[in-house]
Design a protein around this ligand. Structure first.
Ligand code: ADP
Ligand code: 5GP
Length: 203
């Protein structure tokens, strides 16, 4: 019987999608389906929304603090999204991947492109899979974005215009998942993770 190669590194699951498509909601459900998954918590200069907790949803920092982290190379990638800065913690991801964990990274399309470039350049030695979450329709996306009531009308319209631009790049992702029902979208992502984990076993 052939010897099974040992998996040395974990799996980095990069999830992107337009604002309001339901990324946070689906990821929350995903953690119920598989509590062993780990979430990467980004730093952001965006002010917290009602109910958001520092260290749980994001690390909410000032622009000065964010700059300091950039200068200290603390981010795997960082980007300006909708006028605020967001960055992915490098050491947490490195540590968890070394331990063989599966880490979920929810980033915008710039962040996903940066992660892809880092893996292609050999600067990030990890199995990665890129998942793009799409709404059943643009009208439904507009409805969800407005329903959340976390941005004023101007910001909602800004995020909607950005969403339409973001949808153009979805073909670059490994998988496109339609967020029709939260449960089924989470189940589909879980199935992708299962398949990708099997694939990385042989890398
Ligand atoms: P994102 O993290 O992509 O910006 P959210 O998770 O905040 O999006 O979801 C935006 C809004 O859409 C929230 O009010 C959420 O409850 C709702 N939502 C998310 N997924 C679904 C779905 N499958 N069906 C109906 N509403 C949804
Ligand atoms: P929100 O303000 O709605 O929480 O997030 C806005 C956008 O920023 C979303 O597309 C989200 O995926 C993205 N985002 C969150 N954290 C990061 C990060 O660390 N890096 C990048 N590039 N994007 C992020």
């Amino acid at each position: 019987m052939p010897k099974r190669a040992k998996r040395k590194r974990g799996l980095l699951v990069v999830i992107s999608g337009p604002s309001g498509v339901g990324k946070s909601t689906v990821v929350r459900r995903l953690f119920k389906v598989d509590p062993d998954l780990l979430m990467s918590i980004s730093s952001t200069t965006r002010p917290p929304r009602p109910g958001e907790v520092h260290g749980q949803h994001y690390f909410f920092v000032t622009e000065e603090e964010f700059d300091h982290k950039v200068k200290k190379h603390e981010f795997l990638e960082w980007a300006k999204v909708h006028g605020c800065y967001y960055g992915t913690p490098k050491s947490f991801i490195d540590d968890m991947l070394t331990k063989g964990q599966t880490v979920i990274l929810e980033v915008d399309v710039q962040g996903a492109a940066s992660v892809k470039r880092l893996t292609e350049e050999g600067k990030l030695k990890a199995a990665t899979v890129f998942v793009f979450l799409i709404p059943p329709s643009v009208d439904i996306l507009a409805f969800r974005l407005k329903k959340r009531k976390t941005e004023d009308e101007e910001l909602v319209n800004y995020r909607l215009r950005a969403a339409i631009a973001e949808l153009q790049v979805m073909e670059k992702y490994d998988y496109i998942v339609v967020n029709d029902k939260v449960e089924s979208a989470a189940d589909k992502i879980k199935a992708i993770i299962n398949v990708e984990k099997e694939r990385t076993l042989l890398n």
